[in-house]
Design a protein around this ligand. Structure first.
Ligand code: GLN
Length: 407
């Protein structure tokens, strides 16, 4: 059984007998014992592993992780504490993302001038249940062998658990396949975004004049995506996932952005595909990231499939087939576009060098492209920032074409 350092209970001989104060109960009945951190209580999700060595706060606030429990393979989670600035979700009031955190070591003490809070207190304040003392290497190996299991994560400081009830609850959890989790994370209202990237000494900035207007459909958007548009002189209007094509066209966008987000892309098809198809008919420049990439692919008739172990990390090699260049990227997805289902007008542009899965498409007859990875790099390497410039260049080219057409 795993080593725990939890409640300091002593038996009659005076020996410390650690009582597990948290459990991770997998759907197959496996019970992993550890010490609770963060919020008390229990929550449920699909367990994935994330190999990123930096950026746990951005990961823990990425709405794409709704419905999932993250096992971090890096051993120093907590080392830079937490702050108010690195939150990625738009929805500050609640934890609309990850359902739980699994660590091997205790939370590392923070050592960063930007830290305002210890990770443990921050997790509790956001209602995120966590467990430490887990053999994360063994859990990662299990996920590699058997795929991402459903689980219940439970934290009770007095160690009082009804293990049979937890096993039953874990076994009864629905598969992530078929789950539409966008309604739980999308914004309720339309809003404007003008914040630009963080600079040492200045913090976040504000956009000056605007060159282009981007309408971003919020399926669970991350802040840094919006900042990278603002950095490039774009006025950004964020609209809820329920916005119609007519609502979006009424805003007169120069380009449309399809955001990242949680859950099974195919389960959103009833509302995402008709809107995206209608926008594609208008030949508006369109750019999608992650869930947005999967939705653009669905809109042109391709299929998505559930992956065995998914891709979650900040160190994944992806090749841009249009230039031949390899970029190291941030990844977070459990579904993938089936390249064999791509129609003739969708060209594969990016491919994962880990497993060969599809990582990007561009349409040949419409100015639209999308990628599976996270070019916003928050967290992660900045190799893929060029995709935002590629999108701006696409908007410019379309404007030049329209201007060249004789009236
Ligand atoms: N980051 C994302 O947008 C994730 C997309 C989708 N929910 C998946 O798991 O594949």
């Amino acid at each position: 059984m795993v080593q725990v350092n939890s409640t300091d209970a002593r038996d009659s001989d005076g020996w410390a007998e650690p009582i597990p104060t948290a459990l991770l109960v997998l759907a197959d009945g496996t019970v992993l014992e550890g010490a609770g951190i963060g919020a008390t209580g229990q929550s449920a999700g699909e367990v994935c592993f994330n190999t990123a060595m930096t950026g746990y706060e951005e990961i823990l606030t990425d709405p794409s992780y709704a419905g999932q429990i993250i096992t971090f393979t890096f051993p120093h989670i907590g080392n830079v504490g937490t702050n108010e600035e690195d939150v990625e979700t738009i929805n500050l009031a609640a934890n609309s993302g990850v359902r739980g955190v699994v660590l091997h070591a205790d939370v590392t003490e923070p050592a960063s001038w930007r830290a305002t809070r210890h990770l443990n207190a921050w997790l509790a304040s956001r209602g995120i249940v966590g467990i430490t003392g887990i053999d994360t290497r063994a859990l990662t190996a299990l996920i590699r062998d058997r795929g991402m299991p459903n689980a219940i994560i439970a934290h009770a400081p007095d160690g009082g658990f009804d293990i049979e009830a937890l096993k039953q609850a874990a076994a009864a959890l629905p598969s992530m396949a078929g789950l539409d989790l966008v309604p739980g994370v999308t914004s309720a209202q339309r809003f404007d975004w003008d914040e630009t990237s963080w600079q040492l000494g200045d913090g976040y900035g504000k956009r000056g004049g605007a060159r282009y207007h981007i309408v971003a459909i919020d399926y669970g958007v991350k802040r840094n995506i919006l900042r990278l548009f603002a950095d490039r002189g774009c006025r950004v209007t964020v609209v809820p996932a329920t916005a119609s094509a007519a609502d979006i066209m009424a805003l007169e966008p120069d380009g449309v952005f399809l955001s990242n987000g949680p859950g099974d892309p195919a389960a959103t098809g009833d509302y995402s595909v008709p809107v995206i198809s209608a926008l594609l008919d208008r030949k508006l420049p369109t750019f999608g990231i992650c869930l947005g990439h999967q939705m653009l692919s669905l809109a042109v008739g391709a299929k998505t499939v559930k992956m065995h172990q998914g891709h979650h990390g900040a160190n994944h090699p992806v090749q841009d087939l249009t230039t031949g260049k390899v970029e190291v990227v941030s990844m977070n997805h459990g579904f993938a576009v089936d390249r064999d289902s791509l129609p003739a007008n969708a060209k594969e542009t990016h491919v994962s060098l880990f497993d060969g899965s599809n990582c990007g498409i561009a349409l040949t007859d419409i100015p639209a492209f999308s990628v599976q990875h996270h070019p916003e790099a928050s967290p992660g390497p900045r190799d893929s920032h060029y995709l935002f410039d590629r999108f701006i260049a696409m908007i410019e080219a379309e404007k030049a074409k329209a201007a060249a057409v004789p009236a």
